[in-house]
Design a protein around this ligand. Sequence first.
Ligand SMILES: NC(=O)c1ccc[n+]([C@@H]2O[C@H](COP(=O)([O-])OP(=O)(O)OC[C@H]3O[C@@H](n4cnc5c(N)ncnc54)[C@H](O)[C@@H]3O)[C@@H](O)[C@H]2O)c1
Length: 268
Amino acid sequence: MAENMKRFVGEHVIVTGGGSGFGQGIAHRFASEGAKVVVADVNKEWGEKVAAEIKGKGGTALFLSVDVSSEDSCIELVKKAAAAFGPVTIAVSNAGISETKSSALEITPDDWDRVYGVNVRGSFMFCRACANNMMENEVKGSITTISSIMGRSAKSMTGAYASSKAAVIMFTKCLAKCFAPMGIRVNSIAPGMAATNLYRQVEQEMMMEKDSFVPWIIEQCVNTGQLLIPRQAEPEDIAAAVAFLASKDASYITAQVLCVDGGMDWCW
Ligand SMILES: NC(=O)c1ccc[n+]([C@@H]2O[C@H](COP(=O)([O-])OP(=O)(O)OC[C@H]3O[C@@H](n4cnc5c(N)ncnc54)[C@H](O)[C@@H]3O)[C@@H](O)[C@H]2O)c1
């Protein structure tokens, strides 16, 4: 980031899943550019840690507990956030989970519902709660969802996860149309793969070491020419793209999916 780039002074940002991985990077990025950041997470320990890190660097942050799979919890989150930092101006719907069994043949109905409850219903309800707050306060804000490259190409693995991310891409476009008359922009970032806590379950299932699954996939993609930039995604890559979409530089951009994936052309 360019030194002294402070595009978000006075802005109020809520980041769901802000306690880990991409969300942690996104929360830090907005705070470093002057925003007041609500780190919202179902994991209190992780969320509080990130809020404390930001404050330790001189930024403004607050941890608020949320389970996005509950609409009441999303509404309560926005209410508490607005009471602390004023109207929401930027929302980042980042919280997401994957299934516990990765083979499409093994996904149970309960697991399917759990994934959709967080990734689709939860993300949608959070976006809507934020949009309602923006509209009540006549804020022409920005909402960004985090989808995935997996929502754009079919795999035999991760049937619930991949299809849930395809749903995120579509509802993002629906919300962009719905909120356009109020001046609210809605876009999605489709990240490539990064070694985060999202893959703990897969690693256990495959009896792999912590943080070894993603490097293994990345190596295969590089060797087969499916990845143009030969490395995994980093939270900073995703955070930079989210910050761009929320910035004034993106004021003519809505209903788009920006792939931040190193040029991954995935066909396995
Ligand atoms: N890591 C990747 O390779 C990758 C690739 C593409 C997209 N994504 C997406 O990026 C987003 C962030 O994932 P990550 O990789 O940083 O994973 P992560 O597991 O490190 O972080 C996810 C965060 O969401 C929180 N969370 C989970 N369920 C929640 C709920 N019900 N309510 C509130 N918070 C909840 C978790 O506590 C955690 O802090 C997800 O939407 C994920 O699907 C990840």
